[in-house]
Design a protein around this ligand. Structure first.
Ligand code: SAH
Length: 256
């Protein structure tokens, strides 16, 4: 694959550099320029870049500045990486960047990453989709300084009582819990995962009744995810049909 003059949006994963994909690492090895989200991307991941790779921290840049850096180096046929935390398709503001690149006829590719949502569920050792409990996962955030569409208000979403992962909202834990109580029962389990996959990762467990106090006591205001739903402590769940000996599917017939 000829990478010259192309932009690669890469998911850096949740923190642990070993959770970067092999494909992402290979591109970082050869890129000329990297624009990384300094607030959350582990800087150790930048060690995969060549020593003379030019690095920009996007934390202090606006969209225009990011696009002009990309434009400048692409016109010189450089390989440019835009490094996002977790997976870029979740709260990555990647779409607007792609739209601007489309307008300029700049080619790009997206390399997925391990979202912090999955680093957290791995740490919790839980399955979001436990048969008989829930088969739906909602990724969302509480409306803070930036709004969420009215139809997706947390109080509305909570009525489904699905497995839920709430990004960018731990600083508003009281409001989040209040909204969740509209649909979920008060004894529904909740876990707050702080800095999943980093050395100082931390889990706080509770229910809708007591989690807000625990989170405030611990002083967690950012870099955390709120997990809610019965998948955290499933009762009356079923084993899946997939591995059930009496259930045939394309890849496995019932043994005589
Ligand atoms: N694209 C990212 C999310 C970016 S939004 C992803 O897929 O993970 C930033 C929010 O993600 C943070 O406010 C926090 O809620 C969450 N987050 C990112 N990294 C995290 C981590 N290692 N542990 C817990 N939450 C994390």
């Amino acid at each position: 694959m000829d990478k010259k003059g192309k932009v690669f949006f890469i998911g850096a994963g949740p923190g642990d550099p070993e959770l970067l994909t092999l494909k992402g690492e290979k591109i970082l090895n050869v890129c000329d320029v990297v624009i990384y989200a300094g607030s959350l991307v582990n800087e150790e991941i930048l060690d995969f870049c060549k020593p003379d790779c030019i690095k920009f921290d996007s934390a202090s840049m606006n969209l225009d500045e990011i696009i002009s850096v990309i434009e400048r180096y692409i016109s010189e046929e450089k390989i440019v990486v835009r490094l996002h935390t977790g997976d870029p398709s979740l709260y990555g503001a990647i779409f607007e960047q792609m739209t601007e690149l489309d307008k300029r006829g700049i080619e790009y590719e997206v390399i997925p990453g391990v979202s912090s949502a999955f680093a957290g569920s791995a740490l919790l050792k839980k399955e979001f989709t436990v048969p008989g409990v829930t088969q739906t996962v909602i990724f969302t955030r509480y409306s803070g300084r930036t709004p969420v569409p009215e139809k997706e208000k947390l109080s509305e979403l909570s009525k489904h009582r699905a497995s839920m992962v709430i990004f960018l909202s731990v600083g508003m834990i009281d409001d989040v819990i209040k909204a969740l109580k509209t649909g979920y029962k008060e004894d529904t389990p909740v876990a707050v995962v702080y800095r999943a996959s980093w050395e100082d990762e931390w889990v706080i467990r509770g229910t809708l009744e007591d989690i807000a106090e625990k989170v405030k006591e611990a002083g967690i205001k950012r870099q955390a995810l709120i997990y809610v739903g019965d998948f955290l402590a499933p009762k009356n769940y079923e084993y899946s049909k997939l591995y059930d000996e009496s259930f045939e599917h394309n890849y496995r017939k019932i043994k005589e």
